[in-house]
Design a protein. Structure first.
Ligand SMILES: O=C[C@H](O)[C@H](O)[C@H](O)COP(=O)(O)O
Length: 265
């Protein structure tokens, strides 16, 4: 069922105090987290135009955007869309909705990608990949002219990576313990644990690319994220990590008081 978001107060501003500019204070609404995700997703789909090549994100928030794109195609309100899915799961969902699909080989430049995130910092840096799709997401979103991130307000953090929640790193399965230990030792100074992600029946979780994921649980602010990113990527055995630095062009945040849009400057 489509959720109406029109009554929401929508701001487009630089700071989290943007709600202050309303003439009368917005009233909190009792919405579930999933309803907030859907509101952010529907708002992002307003950026979609007929004829676009679209990066289709993965996760419980992006799922709403893909549903909405399918719905608008079915209604004839969008035409000639080509979707580039960021995971096998999204590929299945898009196919079930009749969204025409392609890949980066055929479409190396993407008009717009829409995806969720696990954490967003004030500079629009992200943590992604707690659903396991970071590599394809980074390839596709990195090839996008515009990358719109959709989140509920619980995803906003002061700095990424210091929450002790997972910072995922995709690694090759070969001697994964060796690579996990190198990662742990690299980030040791920030209070870091490194755990192999487990999937069904306690076996290693395997990504769409046949790799494993080590979840780094970092306790402290890592400071220069670019330097940390470079150091992680220099480790043999590492395929990619879930910090998406300076990639998002816009973040749409749905909260109890309304929707806020933050743009990269
Ligand atoms: O691998 C998963 C993706 O990066 C997701 O976009 C991210 O984990 C956010 O997922 P959700 O919208 O379910 O919170």
């Amino acid at each position: 069922m489509a959720l109406a978001y029109d009554p929401l107060f929508i701001t487009s501003d630089k700071s989290l105090s943007a709600f202050d500019v309303a003439s009368s204070p917005p009233q909190p609404m009792n919405l579930t987290q999933d309803e907030l995700k859907r509101i952010a997703a529907y708002k992002a789909v307003e950026f979609v135009e007929s004829g676009m090549v679209l990066g289709l994100g993965t996760g419980s928030t992006a799922k709403h955007a893909v549903d909405r794109i399918g719905e608008l195609l079915r209604q004839g309100k969008l035409e000639n869309i080509v979707g580039i899915p960021t995971s096998k799961k999204t590929q299945e969902q898009a196919l079930s909705l009749g969204i025409p699909l392609s890949d980066l080989d055929a479409h190396p430049v993407i008009d717009l990608s829409i995806d969720g995130a696990d954490e967003v910092d004030p500079y629009l840096n992200l943590v992604k990949g707690r659903g396991g799709s970071l590599l394809r997401e980074k390839m596709i979103e990195g090839a996008s002219k515009k990358f719109v991130v959709i989140v509920d307000e619980s995803k906003m953090v002061k700095h990424i990576g210091g929450s002790k929640l997972a910072l995922p790193v995709e690694i090759v399965p070969f001697c994964w313990k060796f690579t996990a230990e190198k990662l742990r030792s690299l980030l040791e100074g920030y209070g870091c644990e490194a755990n192999l992600r487990l999937g069904e029946k306690g076996k290693a979780f395997v990504t769409d690319n046949g790799n494993y994921i080590v979840d780094m649980h970092v306790e402290e602010d890592m400071g220069d994220l670019g330097a940390v990113s470079d150091a992680i990527l220099r480790l043999p055995g590492v395929v990619e990590h879930g910090m998406f630095l300076d990639m998002a062009s816009t973040v749409i945040i749905a909260g109890e008081l309304g929707v806020k849009i933050k743009n990269k400057h």
